[in-house]
Design a protein around this ligand. Structure first.
Ligand SMILES: Nc1ncnc2c1ncn2[C@@H]1O[C@H](COP(=O)(O)OP(=O)(O)O)[C@@H](O)[C@H]1O
Ligand SMILES: [Mg+2]
Length: 149
């Protein structure tokens, strides 16, 4: 496992970091995001989606739990699943919405916010990204990217 740490000073810098990070992603990858509400998980994901030329609006899929975007890279289609487990209370809910099947789809990139609530369903992980806010500097974020490849 290899861990890299970054500090961003604005929303735009976090989006740019997400865009850079996306260069490494390939079909089938699973990325888990950790960190409190409002810390910037969705902003980072916006950057990933920018890299994959996603035209849909990227927002936390809080009510639907899973959003699907149509990404492309080098003219090839890549589906992106954006999953937000913030409201998940029990494992049963995850099984009912097909979270497991979604994780196993080899053609898609899977981005999971609130991975703390995944009830250990996720068996294969490529990256874990944890974001922390800095209470003294409101727009500063500490972003740790751990690669399990
Ligand atoms: N350095 C930063 N990186 C990311 N977001 C930031 C930063 N500084 C301030 N923000 C603000 O924090 C909020 C992050 O929101 P969001 O990405 O939806 O959080 P989460 O998905 O983790 O709940 C946005 O309102 C954004 O403008
Ligand atoms: Mg979010």
């Amino acid at each position: 496992m290899e861990t890299q740490t970054y500090t961003t000073k604005s929303e735009d810098e976090t989006i740019e970091l997400g865009r850079k990070f996306a260069e490494n992603l390939k079909k089938g990858d699973v990325v888990l995001f950790y960190g409190d509400i409002g810390v910037g998980k969705t902003e980072f994901i916006k950057g990933i989606c920018k890299y994959f030329n996603v035209e849909e609006i990227v927002t936390s899929p809080t009510f639907t739990i899973i959003n699907q975007y149509n990404g492309t890279k080098d003219g090839e289609n890549i589906a992106i699943y954006h999953i937000d487990l913030y409201r998940v209370k029990e494992k049963k809910e995850l099984l009912e919405i097909g979270f497991e099947e979604c994780l196993y789809s080899a053609d898609a990139i899977k981005l999971v916010e609130w991975a703390e609530n995944s009830f250990e369903i996720v068996k294969f992980v490529n990256y874990r990204i944890s974001i922390k806010a800095d209470f003294e500097n409101v727009n500063e974020r500490l972003i740790e990217i751990a690669s399990e490849n």
